[in-house]
Ligand binder design. Structure first.
Ligand code: DGL
Length: 264
């Protein structure tokens, strides 16, 4: 990277679709003076059921698009893309911080009272070496059960938050892993925080914490920019640009709604 990095440059975010907006909303809360450019690759979603090679090449293509905005940092706001491509991206783009996201197992273990920790994630995230290493790190500290959730991100992409339909999904994919001693569920895909209310409703009165990595990732982004003295200090009100690989204008509208909802 030989472009000049200026404090006023935006921060780039990418995801396979709209999920990364759950991370972006935290970043906006933390750094309201910053400009953000978000790229959702909804045309090629889902990533979580594709091969590693396909995910790597799609992630690089998405990042190329963001690079034309000369970002001062990049957030790979997708657990699946982070697992597949973060090392390769850091090798290619050395001039700026590149922050990834991984299922928030560490915070779940830190506040564990000895119960079961379920990790909901895409099938690909659960197969990746990065994830298996993470499980290995904490295997003696808690019972951690990965639950692959093929097809779940699609509900968010379609703007379908219908409780009854989602209950049917959870009956098939989640129910069998829920035990009386389940104490937390890690939302290991950035789409899932947008289904938090529906998951809570499904769990009814069970006392189960839902944990995601959006706050940790945004804090890490801020920490790295602060360290470089690349955070804006003027009175600028941050602007947010949302791009999508799909031609469906409805997705931009839905993206803006998700951000608005999440800012409340
Ligand atoms: N939002 C993405 C993640 O965090 C993945 C969804 C998908 O494309 O399958 O893993």
């Amino acid at each position: 990277m030989n472009k000049v990095i200026l404090k006023n440059n935006p921060i780039g975010f990418m995801d396979s679709g709209l999920g990364g907006l759950s991370v972006l909303r935290e970043a906006i809360r933390l750094m309201p003076k910053e400009d953000f450019v978000y790229f959702g690759d909804s045309k090629n979603a889902p990533y979580g059921t594709k091969s590693t090679d396909e995910i790597v090449s799609l992630t690089f293509r998405a990042v190329e698009t963001l690079m034309s905005y000369n970002p001062k940092a990049l957030v790979i706001a997708c657990n699946t893309a982070t697992g597949a491509a973060i090392g390769l991206l850091r090798e290619k783009y050395k001039g700026i911080p590149i922050i990834g996201i991984e299922p928030a197992i560490k915070p779940a273990v830190i506040c564990s009272q000895g119960g079961r920790i379920i990790v909901m994630a895409t099938p690909m995230t659960i197969k990746q070496k990065k994830f298996l290493d993470l499980l290995d790190t904490y295997k003696y500290e808690a019972e951690i059960i990965p639950v692959p959730c093929p097809g779940l991100m699609e509900f968010v992409e379609e703007g379908n938050f219908n409780q009854a339909v989602l209950n049917e999904y959870f009956d098939v994919h989640l129910k069998a892993s829920l035990t009386d001693n389940t104490e937390s569920i890690v939302l290991g895909c950035t789409h899932y925080p947008f289904l938090k209310k529906q998951i809570e409703n499904y769990l009814e009165n069970k006392k189960i914490n839902l944990i995601d990595g959006s706050k940790g990732t945004s804090s890490e982004l801020k920490r790295q920019l602060e360290y470089k003295d690349w955070l804006r200090k003027d009175n600028h009100i941050g602007e947010i640009k949302i791009l999508n690989s799909s031609k469906d204008e409805g997705l931009i509208h839905l993206s803006k709604n998700l951000i608005k909802l999440s800012m409340e």
